[in-house]
Design a protein around this ligand. Structure first.
Ligand code: PLP
Length: 449
């Protein structure tokens, strides 16, 4: 059923020529595709100048709005200076300054920055570095990894090995080298007289028994600290992360913190690990680090990790690279992002904005079809209670569509509605977001009755 697309019909041309990510393309026979023509602040505009509040920060990457004047200015300056140069055999100021500033933000605990372009690559780098560290130290048997139930760490074949989301993983199962999966500390599992800390303690017991049995084989455990985002914003007690640190120390296993989604202030502190009072051995950053402007990821690691690769023998080095490693434009966007954190007291202001959004969403807590209204920093979520299985399955797509009609860009994960807005909403935008989310929910629910 192919009709010739007129030259200005981007949607038809896109559906023909662009293979969209994370999408069953046939669904777009019904589902609208938003032809975004420009962005300004928290808003995206389509060609007819309809606006949509980007309430999920364009897949969790945008922090300070679209077309942010200060990031734009930094990038324009960088563009006229150096757009790109390879980072093997050469270096440049944006990469050096970014590595140094990130080290400072970890109190100089994670003093070495390895650059890549996307989150999945950062995860693969951390896994490879951990394995190679142990091999360089004479522990070549440490080849196994541990991940948490329902975790998401990216979709390349290596990253899928430590991802536990059936939808992304099952089709590729024969290709994947599987990690051990330990119990999730998801606070929603708390029983009647339990706290989230009790759930965390139980989950840590599971880790301890695995470590006891297999520590000699395990290189690293990877975790999304505080919020397992792709699992549907599953939140846990910070004591879980502190407990993991202690167990990893006790059994000689690396702790990899995947802060690709939760880093850069999302959970209320710049790094989520800060709330547990610990530092990991490897910390993966991407998404928000460039302000949502350019693909950039970074793996930060400790001095002793770096030292184990430092040798006359080439093959003891970390022989990994990507063509755009340390791209100066992306690094400069990241530096402008860090400048904004410093100059605008972002974490404190975010706490106030989040309190307002939380108050505006609170009426939802009493809704008979809402469960587990929850918040961590600038992440808000609730689970929709829908009995009809077909309606539950189509909930996300229908909610997306009804949201668009109310100037909202929201894509629930299954039946979990979540908000992860950029940090720049004003009071009117906060009120609008809460009201329209509720309206969208009611309309979507109305179809299900
Ligand atoms: C998005 C994400 C990734 C993967 O990043 P990509 O840039 O999409 O490859 C990995 N881990 C977490 C926690 C993420 O949210």
């Amino acid at each position: 059923m192919e009709h010739p697309a007129s030259p200005d019909d981007w949607i038809a041309r896109s559906l023909r020529a662009v293979w969209h990510p994370c999408t069953q393309m046939k669904h777009h026979e019904q589902l609208p595709l938003v032809p975004v023509s420009r962005g300004q602040g928290a808003w995206l505009y389509d060609r007819a100048n309809h606006r949509y509040l980007d309430a999920i920060s364009s897949w969790w990457v945008n922090l300070f709005g679209h077309a942010n004047p200060r990031i734009n200015a930094a990038l324009k300056d960088q563009l006229d200076t150096l757009e790109h140069a390879m980072l093997a055999g050469c270096t440049h100021e944006p990469a050096v300054e970014l590595a140094e500033r990130l080290s400072t933000l970890t109190s100089n605990t994670l003093g070495h920055a390895f650059f890549a372009s996307d989150g999945a690559s950062a995860v693969e780098i951390a896994l490879k570095m951990s394995f190679h560290f142990w091999r360089n130290q004479g522990f070549a048997d440490k080849q196994e990894f541990v991940c948490v139930a329902n975790s998401y760490h990216g979709e390349t074949i290596g990253a899928l090995g430590v991802t536990d989301v059936a939808l992304f993983k099952d089709a590729y199962d024969p290709l994947i080298r599987h990690a051990h999966v330990v119990a999730s500390p998801d606070a929603r599992q708390a029983g009647a007289n339990e706290t989230s800390a009790d759930v965390a303690r139980r989950a840590l017991d599971h880790v301890r028994s695995l470590f006891e049995a297999r520590a000699g084989r395990i290189a690293a455990l990877i975790v999304e600290p505080l919020v397992q985002c792709a699992a549907g914003m599953a939140m846990h007690d910070p004591s879980y992360i502190a407990g993991l640190r202690a167990l990893c120390d006790q059994y000689g296993i690396h702790l990899i913190a995947d802060e690709i989604a939760v880093g850069c202030g999302r959970t209320g502190t710049f790094f989520a690990c800060e709330q547990a009072g610990i530092w990991p051995d490897f910390l993966c950053l991407s998404k928000g680090i460039s302000g949502g402007y350019l693909p950039l990821s970074i793996v930060l690691s400790r001095d002793e990790i770096f030292a184990a690769f430092y040798h006359d023998d080439t093959t003891r080095g970390f022989l990994h690279s990507h063509s755009y490693t340390g791209n100066p434009l992306a690094c400069r966007a990241a530096l402008a992002t860090l400048d904004l954190f410093e100059s605008d007291n972002v974490l404190a202001v975010n706490a106030q904005k989040s309190a307002k959004l939380k108050a505006a969403l609170t009426p939802l807590a009493d809704h008979p079809h809402v469960r587990n209204l929850r918040q961590c920093g600038t992440i808000f979520a609730f689970d929709a209670l829908i009995d009809d299985p077909h309606m539950a399955r189509t909930f996300s797509r229908r909610f997306f569509e009804h949201g668009l009609q109310r100037e909202l860009l929201l894509r629930p994960i299954g039946t979990t509605v979540y908000l992860m807005p950029p940090y720049i909403l004003d009071d009117a935008e906060i009120a609008l977001l809460a009201t329209r989310t509720r309206e969208t929910f009611e309309v979507t629910l109305g179809e299900a009755r």
